[in-house]
Every structure is written in structure tokens, then in C-alpha cells.
Design a protein around this ligand. Structure first.
Ligand code: NDP
Length: 307
């Protein structure tokens, strides 16, 4: 997926001359990102209520992981008001001295939102808020609190989702991942947060017999981004779930979502999460209320025009 917004690189910062308040998303690759049209649509609406937002603009930059430390210094020196970080920068930035991590992001071990301060960047993670709010507004209408959750994946997004589920708290958390060592590492990290909440790991190829029925399945793997990717799990092997939420939003229907539909299980893609993590980021940067509907319309339109 592409959007019509230009893609900048670190070299462009040398001659950067935008006179207004700049925001940006950094990733590698970045051409799939629809955050610029989403945020710029919101800023245009916010400018109708407060003229200061007329000079705000959101850009996208392709920054390699090797360049990230230097880039963060440069974006700070150039006075960028805020940055979003996407794959693969969320965990890398967490460990950098330029970033002061909020307590909530510290639990997750990843940051997706940086806010400019005189002394450096304040790092936040808005993915958990995006997940909770996003799931709640889909036709699934599910609350993570008191739900049995089957979480697929053990990467950055899964880590954020696990923290969010356990913090609610969920009724139980079952995490499945292809690579056992990554699964084990995540389970060990989450144990202190789980306290009394049942927390289990399992091999997605061999789901255990005692999985709860009526669970909410959340796909936080990247299996499904490409049409020939394998299923992250075979839903037919699970006791009937009450819903499937796939964090992937492009393609809008992954093979997992298609299987859910075929089995008659309510399902939704990750577009609502994208919107709400973006809403919270823009609230942090602007301190103003953010037009959620405008952002939702913008991402739907960006997805349609990319099809
Ligand atoms: P990471 O690279 O950190 O983690 C990837 C995860 O996917 C790992 O658990 C990995 O398993 C698993 N995986 C990758 N390929 C396969 C495969 N072929 N079969 C089974 N499992 C596989 O990525 P993130 O955690 O940052 O992102 C994961 C997904 O979530 C992405 O698709 C991303 O776009 C989406 N996302 C959506 C958001 C939204 O707003 N909707 C926000 C954040 C993320 P292993 O350990 O075995 O390698």
C-alpha cells in the first residue's frame, strides 16, 4: 500500500526548511504507512477550531535501524514536535539514551510515540490504548477485561497486547508463537504482571485441550501480511472463539479473517487499532481533542484508494 505523501530520508533533514510544526512517522520500510493522510486530515479539521494547527503537518521518513540514533538527535535538533515509530524501531528506540520512557511504555519495552522536550524525547506507547479502544468499537464489541484471550505472536505488538490484557485484567491469557524461545521470553517477562491471572504459552500447531471456549483471539503476528503467508493458527483446532481480532489491516481480510468468516465467527481487522493509537499520539502532541471520525474516514479512504 502506498499513499500519495512523499517519502523523506535522513538526507532530507540536512536541508529541512518546513516553517511550521512538524510531526513524522519513522519506519523501514515506510511506504505502506497511511499515518500521514490520517493525521493530516485530523490536523486540517483541528485547524478549523484553532488556527495554530494550520501550520502543523505530518510527514513520513524511511529511516534504517542503524540510522535511528543519529536520526532521533537530528529530528530533535530540527524541532520536530512529535514522532511515531513503526517497524522495526519501537523496541530499538526503547533502549536509546535520547528517549525518556514513560512508566507504561517501560512495562511493554517498546515506544511508538515520541514527544519533544527541551532535554530530549519523552517516549510513550499508545498501541495498548489503540487495541482496547479499537476492539471495543468493532462489531466484536468486546472488552478485554474479564475475557479469556488467546494471543498469537511474541513480537513487539504482542508484548504491548499482553501488557494491556493483563492490566485490564483479562480472565486468562494464552499466548501462542511459532518460535518457542521468543514465546518463553515473553511468558517470563509477563509473569510478574500476571500475578493470579492464569498465563500459559503454547505451540500454535498443537493447541492444548484445556483452552477456554468463548475466548477472544488476537492476531499480533505478521503472518497474513502477504497472501501466501501460513495461517498463524488453524481456528478449527480451537474451542469455538467468541471473536477474532487481526491487528493486520492491509490486506483488509487476511486468510485468518477469511477462515473466521467461513466458520461464522465474528471477526475484525486492525484498522480501528491504527486509528486509536494515532488518536492518542495526536492528543499527546497537541494537548487538544482529536477528531476520531475524521481519522477513521481518512484511513478507510486511504485503504480503498490503495486497493
Ligand atoms: P514483530 O516483527 O515484532 O513480531 C512478529 C511476530 O509475528 C512474531 O511473533 C513472529 O514469530 C510472528 N511471525 C512472523 N511471521 C510468521 C509466520 N510466517 N508464521 C507465524 N508467525 C509469524 O512485529 P510486530 O509485533 O511489531 O507486528 C506484528 C503485526 O502487528 C504486524 O503485522 C503489524 O503490522 C501489526 N500491528 C498493527 C498495529 C495496528 O495499529 N493495527 C499496531 C502494531 C502492529 P517468531 O517469534 O516465530 O518470529
Amino acid at each position: 500500500m502506498t499513499s500519495s505523501e512523499p517519502i523523506y530520508t535522513l538526507d532530507d533533514l540536512d536541508t529541512w526548511s518546513f516553517p511550521g510544526t512538524a510531526l513524522a512517522v519513522l519506519g523501514h520500510p515506510i511506504k505502506h504507512s497511511i499515518s500521514p493522510p490520517m493525521h493530516n486530515a485530523a490536523l486540517a479539521r483541528m485547524a478549523e477550531r484553532n488556527s495554530k494547527f494550520k501550520t502543523w503537518k505530518y510527514f513520513r521518513f524511511d529511516i534504517t535501524p542503524e540510522d535511528l540514533p543519529a536520526a532521533l538527535k537530528e529530528f530533535h535538533a530540527r524541532g520536530f514536535k512529535g514522532l511515531n515509530l513503526t517497524v522495526p524501531h519501537k523496541i530499538i528506540a526503547f533502549g536509546l539514551p535520547e528517549v525518556a520512557v514513560s512508566p507504561a511504555a517501560n512495562l511493554i519495552g517498546a515506544v511508538n510515540t515520541l514527544d519533544w522536550t527541551k532535554s530530549g524525547w519523552n517516549g510513550h506507547n499508545t498501541d495498548g490504548y489503540g487495541l482496547t479502544t479499537g476492539v471495543g468499537e468493532t462489531p466484536l464489541r468486546r472488552d478485554l477485561q474479564n475475557s479469556h484471550i488467546i494471543l498469537l505472536g511474541a513480537g513487539g505488538a504482542a508484548r504491548g497486547a499482553a501488557v494491556e490484557c493483563l492490566s485490564k485484567p483479562c480472565a486468562s491469557l494464552w499466548i501462542a508463537n511459532r518460535t518457542t524461545s521468543n514465546l518463553d521470553a515473553l511468558i517470563i517477562q509477563m509473569k510478574p504482571l500476571a500475578k493470579e491471572i492464569p498465563l500459559h504459552g503454547f505451540d500454535p500447531a498443537r493447541p492444548p485441550a484445556n483452552l477456554p471456549s468463548n475466548a477472544l483471539v488476537i492476531n499480533a503476528t505478521s503472518a497474513g501480511l502477504k497472501s501466501d503467508d501460513p495461517f498463524p493458527i488453524d481456528l478449527a483446532l480451537l474451542p469455538r472463539p467468541k471473536g477474532i481480532y487481526d491487528m493486520i489491516y492491509n490486506p483488509p481480510e487476511t486468510r485468518l479473517l477469511a477462515q473466521a468468516r467461513a466458520l461464522g465467527i465474528p471477526a475484525a481487522n486492525g484498522l480501528s487499532m491504527l486509528v486509536h493509537q494515532g488518536v492518542r499520539s495526536l492528543e499527546i502532541w497537541s494537548g487538544a481533542s482529536v477528531p476520531v471520525d475524521v481519522m477513521r474516514t481518512a484511513v478507510h479512504s486511504a485503504i480503498r484508494s490503495s486497493a
